[in-house]
Design a protein around this ligand. Structure first.
Ligand code: ZN
Length: 263
């Protein structure tokens, strides 16, 4: 199985960052320390072959450091690092080039942490550059429990920008928009966007998950956990509990991710 949505930090940073993020989110409990040295043992324990590591530059000054960390993981036997660019960074486009040249396969953009609305015009040059490079984009989508509303990436705003990416794949995390699943059904199901399943186990009614998978098609759903905030094993179990046809389940748990990542 492939987990398309995990987070990790340099060991020295994890000890500080994890309690802080947990507190901001109202006390979620991490399932591993968040330190990169503990990630692979945790993934193995949870039955994962590989995982996409999503890094986020939460301010423009962090961008280079965050991406240096991502690039340091390129070529790992289990971890597939994605980079991040910050919309306020003057060299965002050049940084995308650097990521591509280093062998990075995608970027994570987090409209809440990075303070932009997904359909703001200033984002378009970034999206078009991503399209040109053929990188995968993962958006945090829907409510983030650590941030007040308004939601910066609701389904109807994401829908407006999907075409900017051309043939480059776009993934909307948390089944397309955490806690906004009615709008996901209305706006995103049937489009070319991929939805990851992160942070759903015990939090999303199974009926919603089943309905979205049915309406959107299993070819465009990717197993994700949001480690350390939920475990890959639990999120895989959630998908397995939906009683989908075996073929669809296999696509969600690994086949789609392997196709997208060329592995
Ligand atoms: Zn996440």
């Amino acid at each position: 199985m492939i987990d398309f949505h995990v987070h990790t930090f340099l060991d020295a940073i994890a000890a500080k960052a994890i309690p802080q993020i947990a507190k901001n989110a109202g006390g979620v409990t991490p399932v591993y320390s968040g330190a990169v040295s503990d990630l692979k043992p945790a993934l193995r324990k949870f039955g994962m072959e590989k995982a996409v590591v999503l890094n986020i530059a939460t301010n423009p000054h962090q961008q280079k450091k965050v991406n240096d960390f991502a690039i340091s993981l390129v070529g790992d036997d289990m971890l597939i690092p994605f980079g991040s660019i910050h919309p306020d960074s003057p060299d965002a486009l050049e940084e995308l080039d650097r990521l591509k040249e280093a062998g990075i396969k995608g970027v994570k953009l987090h409209p809440e942490y990075q303070d932009f609305f997904v359909d703001e015009e200033r984002m378009f040059p970034i999206y078009e550059h991503i399209a040109k490079l053929g990188l995968i984009t993962v958006f945090h989508a829907g409510v983030d429990i650590g941030f007040p509303r308004p939601v910066h990436c609701p389904p109807e705003r994401l829908l407006r920008v999907l075409d900017c990416f051309g043939d480059a794949p776009v993934v909307a995390a948390h089944f397309g928009g955490w806690l906004l699943w009615d709008s996901v059904l209305e706006e995103l199901c049937g489009t070319k966007v991929y939805l990851d399943t992160a942070f759903s186990y015990g939090r999303m009614p199974p009926d919603y998950a089943r309905e979205i998978i049915c309406a959107h098609g299993a070819d465009h759903i990717l197993l994700g956990s949001d480690m350390p905030w939920s475990s890959s094993a639990d999120e895989a179990r959630f998908i397995q509990s939906l009683d989908l046809p075996a073929e669809e389940e296999a696509k969600i748990l690994s086949i789609n991710a392997k196709r997208l990542l060329h592995i």
